[in-house]
Design a protein around this ligand. Structure first.
Ligand SMILES: [Zn+2]
Length: 186
């Protein structure tokens, strides 16, 4: 069976993050701050249509960041490709040069059939109910092996035991630590 490309990999390729909102919808975040067409204001329901809707919405970015490079490479091979060509047409031309486009085939296939994108990691993050012990914000699964959670607002990874306690406990602990330090200093 073929590997399914993750929607998050496509977002990474165009330098986007995503945020899960309090109402459990998803919004996009442009890491480079361009926010073309006010894309960050849009929110998407996290369901089976998610990848289709998002890939449609980020088409301009995909063409700028990704397809334009493919077109350039095809033209170096004298394939007379254009950015306005359909993804299907480009893919057929790409298939003549498997070495040149390694890793790009799954990406192009996902653009043609977005419903094939894997969104399981987004669904998994949607189900995380624990909150950040520092800012009380939404936590995501950590991408680092040793850690369980990641808070994008704090840019910090946490062990699972760090977020088991409710926020009040952490605050209490912190104030106790501070008091201890004050006593030490006097
Ligand atoms: Zn945080």
């Amino acid at each position: 069976m073929k590997n399914r490309i993750k929607l998050t990999e496509i977002l990474e390729a165009i330098e986007f993050d995503y945020v899960i909102n309090n109402d459990n919808t998803l919004s996009l975040h442009d890491q480079l701050g361009a926010n073309l067409g006010n894309i960050e204001q849009d929110s998407f329901l996290i369901d089976a249509n998610l990848a289709t809707l998002i890939i449609d919405r980020i088409e301009t970015y995909i063409k700028d960041y990704y397809v334009s490079d493919i077109v350039e490479t095809l033209n170096i091979c004298y394939e007379n490709a254009s950015i306005t060509d359909s993804y299907e047409k480009l893919l057929v031309k790409m298939q003549k040069y498997p070495d040149k486009f390694q890793g790009s085939f799954e990406f192009m296939e996902a653009l043609i059939n977005p419903e094939l994108c894997d969104i399981s990691d987004i669904i998994a993050n949607l189900s995380i109910s624990k909150k950040c012990p520092r800012c009380n914000g939404r936590l995501y699964k950590s991408s680092k092996e040793d850690f369980a959670y990641y808070c994008p607002a704090c840019d910090e990874d946490f062990y699972s035991f760090e977020v088991i306690g409710v926020v009040i406990c952490t605050n209490e602990l912190m104030s106790r630590t501070k008091q201890t330090n004050i006593w030490k200093n006097t």
